[in-house]
Design a protein around this ligand. Structure first.
Ligand SMILES: C[S@@+](CC[C@H](N)C(=O)[O-])C[C@H]1O[C@@H](n2cnc3c(N)ncnc32)[C@H](O)[C@@H]1O
Length: 293
């Protein structure tokens, strides 16, 4: 037997981080127990396995098995990308744009959006959780090309729906490549297309930390755009394809790499979108293109 304080100190030594040791201890022991709490053998065994995974370089989020995204706690594991703070901001933009798009139209059709490449379901679930109670007509398509990512999104849907029951009615997961995942009847009817597609170039992938490269390559890496911009192929597919899936008042919001912002704005302008702007992240880097149809 050992106390929580003693065990946490050992973990901190092993990981070189008191903060990470505390997070892992809280995941297994909860946050309520005192530092003198006697930790049982089964808990010690579990904590050791988690500490070894972390020490071997696995991202902390995968070791913990869940991570906060906006107001939600989402399951995270190797099936999908770990949702990033930049994407929390993209959700903020998407919610404001969805409100604007729905307010701008006369038709009384339900508010409808598609989160393409949903991964953990982060964007789709956050929008439904935050907006859906006051907008019971909201319909959300959460799609992904990867079956295992979509399976995780489905698990997160069930998890989020426990606290936000309307999410289970509003969010539907579908498998397929970009717009190919959507029912044909949605063509020309969407208010919002939102995506955080892969936007890391092949060359950049090679130089990423080993820890990041434990996340699915298919979630991060994209080919060059038709104009040669590295990592831009999927951003280009979403911005181009959204033209025919959005209604006249609809809007597309796409996260991207700072070096792709000019190409994305130029593309959207060339495609005929009315209002095109680039949004920055909290670090001041260009991070999303917003284009109203
Ligand atoms: C950068 S991750 C974003 C995940 C999640 N939306 C988020 O923001 O955390 C990109 C996602 O796009 C998916 N994806 C990649 N290629 C795709 C394609 N051709 N069609 C649909 N989804 C695709 C990946 O499986 C991955 O889940």
């Amino acid at each position: 037997m050992t106390t929580r304080a003693c065990l946490q100190a050992t973990l901190a030594d092993r990981l070189g981080s008191a903060v990470e040791a505390r997070w892992i201890a809280e995941e297994v022991l909860g946050s309520a127990s005192s530092s003198e709490h006697e930790v049982g053998d089964a808990e010690i065994a579990l904590l050791s396995v988690m500490a070894e995974r972390r020490a071997a370089g696995e991202p902390l989020q995968y070791v913990l098995g869940s991570w906060a995204f906006r107001a939600l706690e989402l399951g995270v594991d190797r099936r999908a990308l770990i949702p990033r703070p930049e994407t929390e901001q993209v959700v903020e933009i998407a919610i404001a744009e969805l409100r604007h798009a729905v307010g701008a139209r006369r038709a009384t059709a339900p508010a409808t959006l598609a989160d393409l490449g949903t991964g953990t379901g982060a964007i789709a679930l956050a929008i439904s959780a935050e907006l859906g109670e006051g907008r019971p007509d909201l319909r959300v398509w959460a799609t992904d090309a990867q079956a295992d990512a979509l399976e995780l999104a489905g698990e997160n849907l069930a998890r989020v729906a426990r606290a936000h029951p309307w999410v289970a009615r509003q969010v539907r997961t579908r498998r397929g490549r970009w717009f190919g995942a959507l029912p044909a009847a949605e063509r020309g009817r969407l208010d919002l297309v939102v995506a955080n597609p892969p936007y890391v170039s092949e060359e950049e992938w090679e130089s990423l930390d080993a820890e990041v490269r434990l996340e699915p390559r298919s979630a991060l890496v994209a080919g060059r755009g038709t104009d040669g911009t590295p990592g831009f192929a999927d951003v280009e597919t979403v911005v181009s394809g959204a033209r025919e899936w959005l209604m006249a008042t609809g809007v597309v919001v796409v996260e991207l790499a700072p070096a792709q912002a000019a190409a994305a704005a130029e593309l959207a302008g060339r495609l005929g979108y009315r209002h095109v702007r680039i949004e920055r992240d909290l670090a001041g880097r260009d991070r999303a293109v917003v284009a109203r149809r």
